[in-house]
Design a protein around this ligand. Structure first.
Ligand code: ADP
Ligand code: MG
Length: 640
């Protein structure tokens, strides 16, 4: 053959790493290689069918799409052949030598070297074609792309390089030959292959064919057969059900089938947490199968994350990643939708404007939210798992989807002063149920970390009065609360911002005490303001503290810390804002301050208390050096 066309190329570094990881972590689950290769063959057939909508030639030649699986016990090989779209030379180099998924190198950086942990990570990644090397020490791919004349052969032993050369191949599609490792020879077996196909790939809508086996009736028959040796035409038979899974009725589909179908369409290795399969008839006609994964993909916050549903129109595969059927905050949902209303020649551009699509989008969104609502009510454990993986993304919902704000709000879970540790385990409905008789607001505090929120001095008066406060430390929280505004008629109130108005929760005595101490300490407040005037908006007597000497409060109209960080991260320069400094007149440190006659020492003390108040709320000091110097000076004086 034309050897000048033979090239030896290296795998992308990431492929090499992934191959190593896979071979080591999947040795106990070797058989999944077949599922992956069948899944690819099925995708290739889908793509061919789609191309054939525009190119009638494709439909005419070799029209019966199927996957053929055969083996040779003596040679210890397995072949998986399809007549799908095939690959060009460039396709093969690109798809079988690199990993296109965005964020792969980040993913690989997270590997720990601990096999148990890493094998869970690989579940998040999906294994695909390279899983061939779990069982094979050499893999040969011969492929001819539809509409082209030059076929190629790709070959590799998986150790770092592959070769690619031009060959002749009579018909369109891809044939993969696995040269099995000696210890994987169990797979070159009719019964074994059939059972793996039925277990993992029954749902594939394409027929998966294997040689028909004639069970010998008697020993004599066997002998006759041997003697005859007539070159018999090979007969193939279908091993799987070969019907699009979503067209079958729910009652006849087992959980296992749903799970395997999920793995096929999602390229995910782990099982889904839940699913919903539904056919709609009437004005709109479509079938949907929606899955909630059990693990968040590693690239959930990557713009190029694989999101969207697989779109079929009247059973014909149209496109992957159709993003128009679900909102962004549900981008983790995997699944298919098969429409009877859309035209087969629909394009992505038209999808974006089509009213059928937007109607389907609201119906599918509702379906997902209902599925989650049900799970939250009936299966708390699973819902907690869901929340841990996807809660952050769902929190984007109220801002994006105003129409479903109430529904989403009920699905949210927060950490509060009543939670177990840092767990986000409280719903807003539970918060309302815990509210004091006179309580009018849902109180929350935001900080950069859970610890900073949980130990914030701002909580002191709430602890004293036993009022629950939501502890918010996720980046999106401030944004979330600002889009929620209220829940069940109760407004949200940030306890670290503006005037603290406890409404009826404050007793008359409390109020009077505050007023009188404000008057009493007027001169002290003036002295402090004089010292800190460049750093604070104003100084006032606190209603919030019982144990700490002071705290910082954000002005009612200023941006919160999280919001500021988000804006700063996006490259915007933020205007300087000054906090309000509140002091606790009953704290011994403040009493001591009040009595300090020396103005220099008074100023030093003011700065220290101010900086400490900032630190206690998880803030950062502008000038930590000076703070440390002042504090050290004080300690030395104490020792004198
Ligand atoms: P994935 O299926 O998630 O894309 P794989 O590793 O399984 O990842 O496959 C990589 C790519 O190789 C596929 O996306 C496809 O482009 C190509 N490919 C693999 N198998 C075939 C096949 N039988 N026919 C055509 N293309 C294939
Ligand atoms: Mg694949």
């Amino acid at each position: 053959m034309s050897n000048q066309n033979k090239e030896t190329l290296g795998f992308q570094t990431e492929v090499k790493q992934l191959l190593d990881l896979m071979i080591h972590s999947l040795y106990s689950n070797k058989e999944i290689f077949l599922r992956e290769l069948i899944s690819n063959a099925s995708d290739a057939a889908d793509k061919l069918r789609f191309e054939a909508l525009h190119n009638k030639e494709f439909a005419k030649q070799d029209p019966n799409l199927a996957i053929k699986i055969s083996f040779d016990k003596d040679a210890n090989t397995i072949q998986i052949a399809d007549n799908g779209i095939g690959m060009s030379r460039n396709d093969a180099i690109k798809h079988l030598g690199t990993i296109a998924k965005s964020g792969t190198s980040d993913f690989l950086k997270r590997l720990t070297g601990d096999q148990k942990k890493d094998s869970q990570l690989i579940g998040k990644f999906g294994v695909g074609f390279y899983s061939s090397f779990i069982v094979a020490d050499k893999v040969t791919v011969e492929t001819l792309k539809a509409g082209e004349t030059e076929a190629v052969k790709w070959e590799s032993d998986g150790s770092g390089e592959f070769t690619i050369e031009t060959i002749s191949k009579p018909s369109r599609g891809t044939t993969i030959t696995l040269h099995l490792k000696p210890e994987a020879n169990e797979f070159a077996d009719d019964w074994r292959l059939r059972s793996i196909i039925r277990k993992y790939s029954d749902h594939i809508s394409l027929p998966i064919l294997m040689h028909k086996v004639e069970t010998p009736i008697s020993e004599e028959d066997e002998k006759n057969k041997e003697e005859a040796k007539a070159p018999k035409e090979i007969e193939w038979e279908t091993v799987n059900t070969a019907k699009a899974l979503w067209t079958r009725s729910r009652q006849n589909i087992s959980d296992e089938e749903y799970k395997e179908f999920y793995k096929h369409i999602s390229h995910d290795f782990s099982e889904p947490l839940s699913w919903s399969h539904n056919s709609v008839e009437g004005k709109l006609e479509y079938t949907s199968m929606l899955f909630i994964p059990s693990k968040a993909p590693f690239d959930m916050y990557n713009r190029e994350m694989q999101k969207g549903l697989k779109l079929y129109i009247k059973r014909v595969f149209i496109m992957d990643k159709a993003e128009e059927f679900l909102p962004m905050y549900l981008r983790f949902i995997k699944g298919i939708v098969d429409s009877s209303d859309l035209p087969l020649n629909i394009s992505r551009e038209i999808l974006q404007k089509d009213h059928v699509v937007s109607n389907m989008k609201s119906a599918l969104t509702k379906r997902v939210l209902d599925m989650l609502t049900k799970m939250a009510a009936n299966d708390k454990d699973n819902y907690a798992k869901f929340w841990a993986e996807f809660g952050q993304v769902l929190k984007e919902g109220p801002a994006e989807d105003f129409a479903n704000k109430e529904k989403i709000a009920k699905l949210l879970r927060f950490c509060s002063t009543k939670s177990k540790g840092a767990a986000q385990d409280q719903s807003l409905e539970e918060y309302i149920a815990h509210m004091k008789a006179d309580q009018e607001k849902i109180y929350y505090i935001t900080a950069e970390t859970h610890k900073a929120a949980a130990n914030s001095p701002h909580l002191e008066v709430f602890k004293k009065k036993n009022i629950e406060v939501l502890l918010l430390s996720d980046r999106v929280d401030e944004w979330l609360i600002s889009s929620l505004r209220d829940f069940n008629g109760k407004a949200f109130a940030d306890i670290g911002r503006g005037e603290l108005d406890l409404g009826k929760l404050d007793s008359e005595e409390d109020k009077q005490a505050k007023e009188s101490s404000a008057k009493e300490k007027e001169s002290l407040l003036k002295r402090i303001t004089e010292v800190l005037k460049d750093q604070v908006e104003k100084v006032q007597i606190t209603h919030r503290l019982t144990e700490s000497p002071g705290c910082l409060v954000i002005n009612e109209n200023d941006m919160g810390i999280q919001m500021r960080r988000i804006m700063e991260a996006s490259g915007q320069s933020m205007p300087e804002t000054k906090p309000i400094f509140e002091i606790n007149p009953n704290h011994p440190l403040i009493t001591r301050l009040d009595k300090e006659p020396d103005e220099d020492r008074f100023a030093e003390l003011c700065h220290i208390i101010f900086d400490q108040s900032n630190l206690a709320a998880g803030g950062k000091l502008d000038d930590p050096g000076s703070y440390v110097k002042r504090l050290n000076k004080l300690i030395v004086e104490m020792a004198d």
